[in-house]
Design a protein around this ligand. Structure first.
Ligand SMILES: [Fe+2]
Ligand SMILES: [Fe+2]
Length: 252
């Protein structure tokens, strides 16, 4: 499937398109390293939040520990600056099969989709490090953008709504990332543009997976909830935002 077709459901899911002002800001040479650094952190965050969900809701203790071990070298590289980034490619593996805890109402489907997603996000993380190496962008820590927090503050505090809302937020983050990669690709260096295009397919599937999981877990139709988060997301994207990041709003 050509990527323009892949974007059709994503564009109708998102309540607004990325404003041109953001694209203009993003392709300024002075924002190049911020864009890559924030992208790197987004890939790690994506794997962390998927892992958090299955550890909290679905897996037994032993599987939970194996999951944490898997993520450890990646987190240590970012938070403690430990290890060599090139060694991380070989560390993207889970050492045991992940099984549901006996009293979990959420099944193997949640686990399987999230484990695959984590694996892919960690692979993307490594690929961004390769890009940073290629373009000579050095890793440094940055502050998080308002985007994810801005959506997560609308998550309900009772179950199963908490889980369902978080899955819907996950769907929006993935869909927006996918849309922005497609927007940026024609304007950046070919190597980076090809990388962005290569990410579209998995991010498009991630958005679908999150949405399907949310509906399968919810006892009710989730359409209204999706519309609600869609408005919040569109507002974060189309309102002024002084802090330029991968998911930021209109630059001021
Ligand atoms: Fe990713
Ligand atoms: Fe993703």
């Amino acid at each position: 499937m050509p990527f323009s077709e892949l974007l059709v459901p994503i564009k109708s899911f998102l309540k607004c398109e990325t404003p041109d002002e953001w694209v203009k800001e993003a392709i300024k040479p002075e924002n190049f390293s911020m864009l890559l650094l924030d992208h790197l952190i987004c890939e790690l965050k994506a794997s962390q939040s998927a892992m958090f969900l299955i550890r909290k809701y679905a897996v037994d203790k032993e599987s939970g520990n194996a999951l944490l071990e898997w993520l450890k070298p990646f987190e240590q590289y970012i938070y403690k600056r430990e290890g060599n980034w090139r060694d991380l490619a070989a560390k993207n593996k889970l050492t045991k099969s992940v099984v549901p805890k006996s009293n979990s109402p959420y099944g193997q489907d949640l686990i399987d989709k999230m484990v695959l997603l984590i694996k892919e996000e960690l692979h993307h993380f490594y690929q961004v490090l390769e890009m940073m190496d290629h373009y000579d962008v050095e890793y440094k820590s940055i502050t998080p953008s308002r985007y994810a927090k801005g959506m997560l503050k609308h998550v309900k505090t009772h179950e199963p709504d908490t889980l369902i809302d978080k899955l819907i937020c996950g769907a929006y983050i993935e869909a927006r990332s996918c849309e922005r990669f497609a927007k940026l690709a024609p304007h950046v260096d070919k190597r980076l543009g090809d990388f962005y295009i290569s990410l579209l397919r998995s991010e498009a599937r991630h958005y679908q997976d999150y949405l399907e999981l949310a509906q399968s877990i919810s006892p009710e139709d989730i359409t209204e909830k999706v519309v609600c988060f869609g408005k919040v997301e569109a507002d974060l994207i189309s309102s002024p935002d002084a802090d330029f990041k991968f998911h930021s709003g209109i630059p001021t």
